[in-house]
Design a protein around this ligand. Structure first.
Ligand SMILES: Nc1ncnc2c1ncn2[C@@H]1O[C@H](COP(=O)(O)OP(=O)(O)OP(=O)(O)O)[C@@H](O)[C@H]1O
Ligand SMILES: [Mg+2]
Length: 253
């Protein structure tokens, strides 16, 4: 078997001295899309924040491997340069910075970290225009400040555009807390499906079984109380929709 893109071993994570993740094991092989579902507060976003190396998420036990190498000692930007991409539910707004400019610096920062030359302006323009066309993003949107006043669907489009340009090996999409209207749902699913590739894997965190009709996952995992308590194929998402999470709740002490 080839090296999985992402491997998580017995991961324990504390936030403000409280243990939130209590031993997560997860393997995402190359080319696969895995979905994570689970009750509010079960630790799904904590898992994605820990993987991306966000400040305040302390790994007390276990390991996170990207293409076979531990990334625990890497800073968040180094993890991004190593091929990790995280799409946030609430993307940050960057007033005063045109989307174009943001994209160019993001791409160049990553190239620099990898020891590659910066893109020339014509190379960059060609890449952005190609990717923007695939996502039906018009040129005017690229001139506007990133995410400022963007609709939910436009933010998702801008996010998928970043994902397409940065060509990550592992994409994490945290779609918690609703906020995905029909437009955004379609943008996310089409964007994700277009970016599926044999050497790229994705983790999609969602409350919507509906999203998984569009992005058909290879595996579905159920999260409860800081652990993965069940894994199955796409049918598991349908079962969860019908039965809810009660069967997975921890037994009260
Ligand atoms: N910065 C923080 N400070 C204190 N507690 C936190 C922090 N971040 C997360 N937690 C706690 O960790 C637990 C798991 O939260 P998390 O956001 O990971 O859940 P989730 O599964 O993503 O929920 P949702 O489905 O609502 O998005 C919650 O009890 C939450 O209050
Ligand atoms: Mg969450």
């Amino acid at each position: 078997m080839s090296t999985p893109i992402l491997e998580i071993r017995d991961l324990h994570v504390q936030v403000e001295d409280k243990e939130i993740l209590k031993g997560v094991d997860l393997v995402v092989p190359a080319g696969e899309v895995h979905a994570i579902m689970g009750r509010n507060g079960s630790g799904k976003s904590t898992l994605s924040n820990a993987i991306t190396g966000r400040d305040g998420y302390e790994v007390t036990e276990g390991d996170i491997l990207l293409e076979g190498k531990s990334i625990l000692e890497l800073e968040a930007d180094e993890r991004a340069a190593a091929g990790l991409f995280m799409a946030f539910q609430y993307p940050i707004e960057i007033p005063g910075v045109a989307t174009m400019t943001f994209l160019k610096s993001a791409m160049n920062a990553q190239r620099k970290a990898r020891g590659e030359d910066e893109l020339t302006t014509p190379e960059f323009m060609k890449a952005v225009q190609g990717a923007a066309k695939d996502l039906s993003i018009d040129k005017d949107m690229l001139k506007r400040a990133l995410n400022v006043g963007f609709s939910g669907g436009e933010k998702k489009r801008a996010e998928v555009l970043q994902m397409a340009l940065l060509e990550p090996r592992m994409c994490i999409l945290d779609e918690t807390d609703s906020g995905l209207d029909i437009d955004a749902l379609q943008v996310v699913s089409e964007g994700v499906n277009r970016l599926r590739a044999p050497n790229r894997s994705m983790l999609v965190i969602t409350h919507y079984q509906r999203l998984l009709n569009h992005i058909v996952p290879d595996r579905v995992h159920v999260f409860s109380d800081g652990r993965i308590v069940e894994s199955g194929d796409k049918e598991l998402a349908l079962e969860l929709e019908a039965k809810g999470y009660a069967a997975y709740d921890p037994v009260a002490a």
